[in-house]
Design a protein around this ligand. Structure first.
Ligand SMILES: Nc1ncnc2c1ncn2[C@@H]1O[C@H](COP(=O)(O)OP(=O)(O)OP(=O)(O)O)[C@@H](O)[C@H]1O
Length: 871
């Protein structure tokens, strides 16, 4: 080979370099890269390079790292011309090589492929970018790099300083591309971008992204770290607590274990078991500090505590039931019979249902409802029914319940949510078949927050209550085995749909003698016992008991009587403690020391015949009441004044009565033009309570006639009835209650509408026998009976008290008065003698029945004066 040929060959050799194919690495100019070389061809290429004076090779990245023997098409078109700085051979034949990038090159072709690759390349000289734009770009990139370095903490201070010192866009961009960009595709893209400004811009975008990711990572990392720290701390503390508890011998089983144990012990319906399990799992997953824990815990407790399967064994025996009702309650004969009949029907229906294989709820039938004034024994009858059936007893009062949620519960999403009152009571009573008393069903009120009576309907309706869903529980609870009894004071105020489902039993209230007997036989032993006293220590003979009933209480039931007896016991208890051997015996004389002055004695109505005053009768939710009517005439010009908190209906009755009187002026011997010069004032005193209804019509008319004719109204008469304009008398309601009130106030004669004759049957025969009833159809009859003849001397007229002849029976509607009524009355002093004897003779006597002849409470004022004199 000639010298020229050798020279050309050398030049040719210099333009083509050994080629090293890189996997996942991109070599950049101005940067050092450490390579581990293991492939045979590459090792040979490096060996060849080492023999070259310039120790140059071309490092090009493979498109696909999985190819071991790449061909031309398998490498990227642009690589880096690099100088081998150091080379170390390893024992396994591989090499560690450090190369330093010099220039970008485009690979034109492979000039050799064996035994190593050699390629012909075109070298791209470094393009320099200058000017303010380049400077700004460099500064921006350096700023970003510093931020990146701070967040990533991957660079030493020297590295950072050396990079920050780079001032040209070309060098800076290549260095950042080599050290910050991690993705080889991005790196290759940057290698192939020959314009340094464009390259730097691309890098800035990439670094910006990296910074964002790093910032996010930092936040996440710090959040995770604090969480981990807390969890670790909690774990540590809990372990300590457990250790301390173990040392102290305390139970360390976890809450959920304990709940699971309780669940396993209880036999709950499948649906409930699944729900409880789910909730326990939730409880376990909750972090300890979560506020929801207590909510879930309370919910599980409710589910576990309810009587899903527990029931008492029901027994029903007619004889035993009669005995229990008899033992617990005095009187109430008809009512006890009705209750026994009700229970008997219920029992037969149940037997029928079980024969036919029907569920128990189908046999429930109607709901029992006891209606009557307070203290007449509704609740205690309910309790006796429970006792007779061998069931447990639950009771809630519905008075003032105006929110549906009180019946059906609050949804659990509410803070402090609880189940409704029904479910609460079921939990307390602990069985699914109690006798459940719903008190004051007539006091339910509907407001904007739902209608509680609709919810109650669902509770009571045998067709629906099998699957009663309380908002809190969210699982149906079976109420079909519950025996519901409702009670209330006024029948007409019970919501209609509820009333339709009920078997209503009326308890009208007690007569005087019944109260005395209840007081003596039932209340007194009970109250004594409650106060730790024995019957020997304190005794209340019957006359004293009667005195308490008449002068210290005024009620249809016996609730106040019970309270008065309790007052006596409290005072007696003190005396017994002060003087241990004391034996106290109450009489009408010493009663005042225990109960103070008689509360009602002074308020008793005067039963003297009077002009312009008549006694009417009304009904309130506390039973019947006396409604006196007063009329005065004054010189004037025909005005009519009506006072006493009267409602519209009552005012209209007054006007109708007045018009009727004017039309009958002739017959009544009244000046037909009386209104021209007379003002009339009608007043209904008594307790300043609102009064309404038409039944005072005849009383108002009677009083008006009395005032205008100056004829006195008989003092022993009370009357009730609605009057029409023509003077006809229409029927009224609540006759039974009114009659009881009249009897208690000492009235002996009652005028009532003829159409109410059917209601007389309901009045206990003992009362009927003691009272005289006159049933009337027309106002003329009332005037004839109620008004005394004009010539009688009113002021000196004895009312009753003293020796008076009993009133003649009005025979209009058949005899209503028994012979006993014709017996003479005992006068006041005789009664007091009797009482005195009672106090001296403590021996047992026959049960007390208040005879008609006992001192009438009509002159209590006089009696109290006398008593005072005696004392
Ligand atoms: N006929 C009776 N025999 C014996 N005790 C009676 C009788 N009637 C009522 N009582 C007693 O009177 C007290 C009051 O009765 P209870 O509480 O049952 O009245 P109530 O009608 O339910 O009143 P309320 O409507 O206010 O709830 C109780 O102690 C009860 O035992």
């Amino acid at each position: 080979m000639s010298e020229q040929e050798r020279q050309e060959h050398v030049e040719e050799m210099l333009e083509s370099y050994p080629l090293v194919a890189l996997k996942n690495i991109v070599a950049f100019p101005h940067n050092r890269h450490a390579l581990v070389i293991a492939r045979e061809k590459t090792v040979r290429a490096v060996e060849e390079t080492m023999m070259r004076p310039d120790r140059m090779l071309v490092a090009v990245t493979q498109r696909d790292a999985d190819i071991d023997d790449p061909e031309f098409k398998d490498i990227y078109p642009i690589g880096t011309l690099a100088e081998v700085s150091t080379m170390h051979r390893q024992q396994d034949g591989s090499m560690q090589v450090v190369i330093r990038g010099i220039n970008r090159v485009s690979v034109k072709e492979f000039t050799e492929t064996e035994p190593f690759m050699r390629a012909q390349v075109e070298v791209h000289d470094d393009v320099q970018a200058t000017g303010s734009q380049a400077d700004a770009m460099v500064r921006h990139a350096i700023g970003l790099f510093e931020q990146y370095a701070q967040l990533s903490r991957r660079f030493s201070v020297e590295d950072i300083n050396s990079i920050v010192a780079l001032k040209t866009a070309s060098r800076l961009s290549d260095t950042l591309a080599a050290h910050i960009v991690t993705d080889s595709q991005h790196q290759q893209d940057l290698l192939e971008t020959l314009d340094p400004m464009e390259r730097l811009e691309k890098i800035c975008v990439l670094i910006g992204n990296e910074i964002e990711i790093l910032e996010l990572e930092t936040t996440i990392r710090s959040r995770v770290r604090s969480q981990v720290d807390r969890t670790q701390k909690e774990f540590y503390l809990r372990e300590q607590l457990r250790a301390i508890q173990e040392e102290l011998g305390m139970d360390t089983t976890s809450e959920s274990d304990e709940l699971r144990k309780r669940l396993a012990e209880k036999k709950l319906p499948d649906e409930v078991t699944t729900r409880v399990r789910k909730e326990i799992d939730r409880l376990e997953r909750m972090p300890q500090q979560s506020a929801e824990i207590s909510v879930i815990r309370a919910y599980i407790d409710w589910l576990l505590a309810l009587p899903w399967n527990e029931r008492s064994q029901e027994t029903f025996d007619i004889e035993a039931t009669r005995r229990i009702l008899e033992d617990d309650h005095y009187g109430l004969e008809g009512i006890k019979e009705r209750i026994i009949e009700f229970l008997a029907v219920r029992q037969l229906r149940q037997q029928q249902a079980s024969r036919e294989g029907l569920p128990k709820s189908e046999s429930q039938g109607q709901i029992l409802c006891l209606i009557g004034p307070p203290g007449v024994g509704k609740t205690s009858l309910g309790y006796s029914i429970a006792k007779a059936l061998g069931r447990k007893f639950a009771r809630i009062s519905l008075g003032g319940v105006h929110d549906e949620a009180e019946i059906r519960g609050h949804r659990r999403t509410y803070v402090g949510a609880l189940p409704g009152r029904i479910i609460q009571s079921m939990k307390t009573v602990g069985v699914r078949n109690p006798v459940f008393l719903l008190d004051e069903i007539d006091k339910l009120s509907a407001e904007q927050r739902g209608d509680p009576s609709a919810a109650l309907l669902e509770v009571l309706d045998p067709a629906q209550n099998k699957t009663f869903v309380d908002h809190y529980l969210e699982i149906p609870f079976d109420l079909s085995e519950v025996f519901f009894i409702c009670t209330g004071n006024v029948k007409y105020q019970i919501p209609r749909p509820l009333a339709d489902r009920m078997d209503i039993i009326d308890l009208p209230g007690y007569m005087l003698d019944e109260k005395v007997n209840i007081g003596t036989r039932h209340l007194w032993p009970k109250v004594l016992n409650e106060h730790g006293l024995s019957p020997e220590q304190v005794r209340i003979p019957q006359p004293a008991m009667q005195h308490i009933v008449t002068d210290y209480t005024r009620e249809a039931g016996v609730r106040n009587l019970e309270r008065q007896l309790a007052t006596i016991c409290r005072k007696a208890a003190r005396r017994v403690l002060e003087k241990p051997n004391t034996r106290i015996r109450l009489t009408t004389h010493n009663l005042g020391q225990y109960l103070g002055l008689p509360r009602y004695a002074d308020m008793q109505l005067t039963h003297k015949p009077r002009v312009g005053s008549a006694m009417g009768l009304g009904v309130t939710e506390n039973g019947g009441v006396m409604l006196p009517v007063e009329v005065v005439t004054m010189v004037g010009k025909g005005d009519l004044m009506v006072t006493g908190q009267l409602g519209d209906v009552m005012r209209e009755s007054a006007m109708a009565a007045l018009s009727y009187i004017r039309t009958r002026a002739d017959m009544l011997k009244i000046d037909p033009n009386f209104q021209d010069a007379t003002d009339l004032h009608i007043h209904m005193p008594e307790n300043a309570m609102p009064k309404d209804g038409p039944s005072a019509g005849i009383t108002i008319a009677t009083t008006l006639v009395s005032a205008l004719t100056r004829r006195a109204v008989r003092g022993d008469i009370a009357m009730t009835g609605e009057i029409t304009l023509l003077g006809d008398i229409l029927p009224i309601g609540g006759l039974k209650e009114k009659v009881l009130a009249a009897q208690q106030a000492g009235i002996t004669h009652i005028i009532a509408p003829a159409e109410n004759k059917k209601d007389l049957i309901e009045i206990p025969s003992r009362i009927r026998q003691r009272l005289q009833f006159t049933l009337v159809e027309n106002m003329d009859e009332v005037i004839e009976i109620a008004l005394l003849p004009p010539e009688e001397e009113v002021e000196e007229q004895p009312a009753n008290g003293g020796e008076i002849v009993p009133l003649r029976l009005e025979e209009r509607d058949g005899p209503l008065v028994s012979e006993s009524q014709k017996r003479p009355r005992m006068n006041k002093s005789a009664a007091m003698e009797q009482e005195k004897r009672d106090a001296e003779e403590p021996e047992e006597r026959e049960p007390f029945i208040v005879p008609h002849e006992t001192p009438s409470p009509l002159y209590p004022q006089a009696r109290s004066h006398k008593e005072q004199e005696k004392q």
